[in-house]
Design a protein around this ligand. Structure first.
Ligand code: HEC
Length: 135
């Protein structure tokens, strides 16, 4: 009996750890919740509002691209770190030039939320449509 307990415990523990890491990886992959097609969790919805105020005029109302690239596509390519870095320092490349947002506290504080909204767009969880805030 004692032998059984000893041999079972580590297995159960590693299974639990595996489950935990799998769950947190999943949470990172999907940093948003979309319900009823267009209802966002409050953080992602706050991200959409910031996006609309500061980014939409160049990247399109829902990130579909305009003078700036389609961010729903970009977020399937660039990492979260690259996103944060580009937002903070701006970017000048073959498409054009984006200003740095380092001196804008609203954008800097909310860039995680903006990322969450755009990630939902990148995953196709929400389309080119006006999101609502989930109740
Ligand atoms: C004045 C227009 C303008 C505004 C406003 C703007 N951008 Fe940009 N953005 C651009 C342009 C142009 C590029 C492409 C630069 C290049 O690579 O040539 C770009 C590139 C990017 C990239 C890199 C995409 C990639 O595939 O590498 C990210 C991320 C990005 N913008 C996010 C944002 C966010 C978030 C906001 C709002 C806080 C924002 N942008 C506001 C014009 C703008």
């Amino acid at each position: 009996m004692l032998f059984q307990l000893k041999s079972i415990k580590p297995v159960a523990l590693s299974a639990a750890l595996l489950l935990m890491s799998a769950t947190s990886a999943f949470a990172d992959d999907k940093p948003y919740t979309v319900t009823n097609g267009n209802e966002l969790d409050s953080a992602s919805y706050a991200g959409f509002k910031l996006y609309r105020n500061f980014c939409a005029r160049c990247h399109g109302t829902y990130g579909q691209g305009m003078v700036g690239p389609n961010l729903a596509e970009s977020l399937n390519v660039i990492s979260k770190e690259e996103f944060f870095n580009t937002v903070e320092h701006g970017k000048t490349g073959t498409i054009g030039s984006m200003p740095a947002w380092a001196s804008n506290p609203k954008v800097m504080k909310g860039r995680e939320n903006i990322y969450n909204y755009l990630k939902a767009r990148a995953d196709g969880a929400i389309g080119e449509e006006k999101p609502k805030k989930a109740k």
